[in-house]
Design a protein around this ligand. Sequence first.
Ligand code: SF4
Length: 292
Amino acid sequence: MRYEGNIYSPYIAGDDYILQCTIGCSHNQCTFCYMYKDKQYRLRELNEILKDIELAKEYYGDVKKVFLADGDALSMPAESLIKILDCLYDTFPSLTYVGTYASAVSILNKTLAELIELQKHGLVEAHLGIESGDEQVLRAIQKGVSCGEMVQAGRKIRQAGINLFVTVILGLAGKAPKAWEHAKNTAQICNEIQPDYIGILTIIVQPGTELYEKTQRGEFEVPEEMEILAELRLMIRDMELKHSGITSIHPSNCIYLENIMPEGKDELLQTLTTIIDSKDVSQLRPRETDRV
Ligand code: SF4
């Protein structure tokens, strides 16, 4: 298959066919992110993308799930995305899922009517990196949008009938007391958006990023594992979700949790409290700090 540079997709995407619609990320300025540092953002030519789908048919035969990459495939014009979706569903008879990364800016740049049209043409899920619900943290990491814009974007996706998967990052504010504000405000933003799924990640400080430089200068410190768990416990404690899945299966995390909120809230809190009270780090899994 034809790909340009390193390809990333959500860890839950597994064996999905990844279709590169854009190269790199339209923002590419988050201080912790190293994924697309080597790429100059651009939209791929529609003809190239449609040709890729033809090649994928020859290579895979049929597929059930497709994920649109790179960082922000929703930044493509809606007409192009509709042509891509139609081509995918025409080409793969078993296809039931098409997901995409979507930045808040790209979502807000689309009209609700356009998003509804994308949903009707088979866009099942959008992955939005919220990272934090704390205004100061969003500014510090140069996310490029405010909490208010993030909420608007998340709600717009849900209003269009597209499933919303958001990611939040533990440790992103450094140590307490900032960590507590980050946890509480991130719970709050999730409450305001009510996403279908929340993916928990833990900060990985990668060389080549601004966050790495800050860490080297002593301006940022990644919390210890037990501090991370306490942050997660506080976040979950303050979450008031009507029906959202929550998962920490990403390898950056030191604990594996998966549940449905609100039913699983007590169980999640109990699990975290047991481990925190025991202070037994041997119960934790080693974090994989070289994966996204
Ligand atoms: S975190 Fe997302 S929006 Fe920020 S630079 Fe990385 S890919 Fe782009």
